[in-house]
Design a protein around this ligand. Structure first.
Ligand SMILES: C[S@@+](CC[C@H](N)C(=O)[O-])C[C@H]1O[C@@H](n2cnc3c(N)ncnc32)[C@H](O)[C@@H]1O
Length: 214
């Protein structure tokens, strides 16, 4: 991982995604029990976990970004930003395609703006299903390809350049299908254009909840 990926892109993300606080709060407040957050980045969601949760594992493939998230966690624990004790969090290096956890070990999995960046998203979705307990929930908030044909063409055109700028993030993912094909069953799914997401060609989103069938 290079300087750009480790240090510059996380800063750009912080600015570009700064308007999403309420969306994040809404998503994370539904988490309960033992939680796995895949691709947590520099930990932006960590302050939103509530006392419905026991243990939160934050996973991120980039070691330098995990170090940053740990620093933030420490600061947030000091200034009272966290709702939970610092000891409730376990921030570790790892990728979504090969999860280092046993089958059926989490009650909730969080996918927040991450499946667009996972090179083999189908394998990562199957891994998420494997480590989730039967009846456990996948809470997702993901940007996806637009249902609008014109915007879809713009996304396809911009995508090769965007992938370089955003370190592999794709604008044209069909994450709804990826989750369904892995075996998740949707309880709720909302498809919408999020005016708080920028740039506009990255603003098409899905959010909701799916479960692992019992
Ligand atoms: C757009 S950032 C989102 C960060 C954070 N989840 C959020 O809500 O802001 C995408 C994240 O996916 C991570 N990522 C990239 N490849 C991954 C993989 N194979 N498995 C898990 N996470 C990955 C990146 O390192 C980055 O932190």
């Amino acid at each position: 991982m290079g300087f750009y990926e480790n240090h510059v892109l996380p800063l750009i993300m912080d600015v570009a995604l700064a308007g999403l606080k309420e969306d994040r709060q809404e998503l994370i407040s539904q988490a309960s029990g033992n939680v796995l957050e895949i691709g947590m980045g520099n930990g932006v969601n960590l302050p939103f976990y509530t006392d419905l949760t026991n243990r939160i594992v934050g996973l991120e493939p980039c070691a330098a970004v995990v170090t940053k998230a740990k620093r933030k966690l420490h600061d947030w624990a000091e200034d009272g930003t966290l709702q939970l004790e610092k000891e409730s969090y376990d921030l570790v290096v790892g990728g979504g395609e090969q999860l280092q956890f046993e089958d059926n070990s989490f009650d909730t999995i969080i996918a927040s703006l991450v499946f667009c960046s996972i090179p083999d998203s189908a394998t990562a979705a199957r891994e998420a299903l494997r480590v989730l307990k039967p009846g456990g929930k996948l809470l997702f908030f993901e940007h996806v390809r637009s249902p609008d044909q014109r915007m879809n063409r713009v996304q396809s055109f911009v995508n090769p350049f965007w992938k370089i700028f955003a370190c592999g993030c794709s604008l044209t993912c069909d994450t709804e299908t990826v989750f369904a094909e892995a075996g998740f069953k949707y309880n709720t799914i909302t498809k919408f254009r999020n005016s708080k997401m920028s740039p506009p060609f990255a603003a098409w989103m899905i959010k909701g909840q799916a479960t692992k069938p019992i």
